[in-house]
Ligand binder design. Sequence first.
Ligand code: 7PM
Length: 279
Amino acid sequence: MLVDCAGKPLDLSRPAVMGVLNLTPDSFSSDGLAHDLDAACARALAMQAAGAAVIDIGGESTRPGATPISVVEELDRVLPVIQYLAPQLRIPISIDSRQPQVMRAAVVAGAGLINDIAALRMPGALAVAAELAVPVVLMHMQGEPGTMQESPHYDNVVAEVESFLVGRVAACEQAGISRQRLLLDPGFGFGKSVAHNIELLRGLPRLARLGLPLLVGLSRKSLIGAVTRAPVTQRLGGSIALALLAVQRGACMLRVHDVEATVQALAMFEAVEGGTHDC
Ligand code: 7PM
C-alpha cells in the first residue's frame, strides 16, 4: 500500500521505520539536537540513508512529568528544521504534535504526515487535519503526559485501547478525514504500567484486525528498563526484540531512535518470514 504524504510516497506494503528526531532539550533521545540546526538535519539525512521511511519531528516533550510548553516555543523548535529539511529529504516528515496550529504550520513548511499522541482530541485538531489532507497517526493515551504514569488503570487494556481507537476513527470520518489516511497506534508507555504494555503487545493482532496500518513506539521505553534494568542509553537489544515481536503481531510501522539497527533486524525478519507477512 502506497500512502501519499503531501507529494512524498510512503510504502506500507512492508514494515517501515519512522526515525525519531527529537528537538526537545530534556528528552531522553534529544542527543543535544535542540539547539543545533545543522546537527539535527545531519541526523535526519543519516536516518534516511539508513533506511528510514519517515522522519518524525517533535518539539513538545511528552515525558511523564514534563511541563507543557507554549505553541510559540513548539513552533520555534520545529519549523526551522522542517523548512530546511523537507526539500532535502526524499522521504516524508511527520510532525509530532497535539496542537492544531503546529500541525498547520508544519505541513505548510513541508511536513507530510501528522503524528498526534492525543489522536486529534485538541479543540480544532480534527478540522485542521481534515483541511490539511495528509495522513494522520491516531495514538491512544490514558490521561495527560504530566500525570499519566501515576496510576494507569484498565479492566481490559486491549479492549479499551481498541474501543478508543475505533471511536477516534469514527470522529475522523465524521470530520471528513477518510480511513485511507489513518494509522493507529496503541501508545506504549502513555498511561500504561509494564503489565499493561506487555498485555497490549500480546494483543496487537486484535488491533491489527481493525484493518488500518498499525504504528508502534517501543524504542528505549521504560518497559525495557523495568524488565532488564538497562538504563535508557543501553536499551538497543530490548528495542530490537520488541520491534520484531510487534511486526510479528501485525505492526507495520516502527517509531525508533536507532534506525540502522532496526532496518537490519527487519531485513532479517523479512528474509525468514517474507511473503507470509501481511502489512
Ligand atoms: C519520554 C517518554 C520521552 C516517552 C519520550 C517518549 C510515541 C510517540 C512518543 C509513540 C507515537 C519517545 C516517547 N512515543 N508517537 N511519541 N507513538 N505515535 O519514546 O509510541 O520518544 S514520545
